[in-house]
Design a protein around this ligand. Structure first.
Ligand code: ATP
Ligand code: MG
Length: 286
């Protein structure tokens, strides 16, 4: 039997579902139900281990798992000897400093001599050392946002996505220290066989990510507008142009970036385009 790549993902929590979805979109089907520690991939030389996200950097360093999917914040905090292979574009969040909302924020020097509660002492300490500011760090493992209210700390450093948790606890975000998202990490010493499986996995992940950033677009246009419309649509190589039964018209097919397509569509309508369809792309291989 050939080698298998051991992929660690979060057992339950914010990253679990998206990690499984990504593997599925990469064509990796898992056998076995939920609640297990391990699942075999049916059609790819891999097995998935379900772990707590905090433990993934250590397990990957030790080779218990070969690769892992977790928030970059945990990678920075754990400082293990591992490689970040690919950013995955989900579970985005800020790591921010927050203070009681009635306090006046005077810039980073506000924190001089203050006590700050956090579950990320390493990242926080690096940040203040880098800025030459002395603070006292109070490490707590959860519910960091209640610390100022109960007199445990003057401020907090934590993950923020919408800011509603801060608001509910009478805090305001005053400084974004880092921006994190989910990443794929790997051990530094994978053998050749595992490295080549990892390459295949990364190739698939890239195709999936690219597809989610792009849309397939088709439209009908008067032949006279083709040069201007195709200039708006670079496509993978160049747009496909097909004849229509109606004289003087053609169909144009291309690929556009998700975050650009509204601007392009407005411009194309001005140029006389009709019947514009925007279609999701499942995989995109260059
Ligand atoms: P585990 O039991 O595996 O240790 P956890 O409680 O540490 O889980 P989750 O709350 O599930 O972790 O968050 C996992 C990751 O999701 C975080 O480390 C972070 O990278 C990301 N994330 C994105 N948005 C948020 C958010 N609003 N709050 C917390 N984490 C977030
Ligand atoms: Mg955790």
């Amino acid at each position: 039997m050939g080698e298998k790549l051991k992929i660690a993902i979060q057992k339950s929590g914010r990253l679990n579902e998206k990690s499984l979805e990504l593997l599925k979109e990469c064509g990796i089907k898992l056998s076995g139900g939920n609640g297990k520690l391990k699942a075999e991939a049916k059609n790819f030389p891999a097995e998935v281990l379900f772990l707590r996200d905090d433990d993934i950097p250590q397990y990957v360093e030790q080779g218990v798992a070969d690769v892992g999917i977790l928030g970059e914040n945990e990678v920075w905090e754990r400082k293990k000897n591992i490689l970040t292979v690919e950013k995955l574009g989900f579970a985005g969040c800020r790591m921010s400093l927050a203070i009681p909302k009635d306090e006046e924020y005077t810039g980073l020097s506000f924190f001089n001599g203050k006590k700050i509660a956090t579950s990320y002492p390493a990242i926080l300490s690096d940040f203040f050392v880098g800025n030459g500011i002395r603070v006292e760090i109070e490490e707590i493992s959860g519910s960091v946002e209640i610390a100022p209210g109960i007199g445990l700390a003057d401020a907090i450093f934590d993950i923020v996505s919408t800011g509603s948790t801060l608001l509910m606890n009478g805090l305001k975000e005053v400084k974004v220290v880092a921006e994190s998202e989910a990443v794929l990490i790997s051990g530094r010493e994978l053998g050749e066989a595992k490295k080549s499986i990892l390459d295949r996995l990364v190739f698939r992940i890239k195709a999936v990510l690219r597809a989610s950033e792009n849309k397939y677009i088709t439209l009908n246009a008067p032949l006279s507008a083709v040069p201007e419309i195709t200039a708006l649509l670079p496509g993978m190589k160049s747009p496909t142009i097909v004849p229509l039964a109606e004289e003087g018209w053609c169909g144009i097919h291309s690929v556009v970036k998700e975050d650009e397509f509204w601007d392009i569509i407005d411009r194309m309508k001005e140029l006389g385009a009709e019947g514009i369809l925007v279609i999701p792309i499942e995989k995109m291989v260059l």
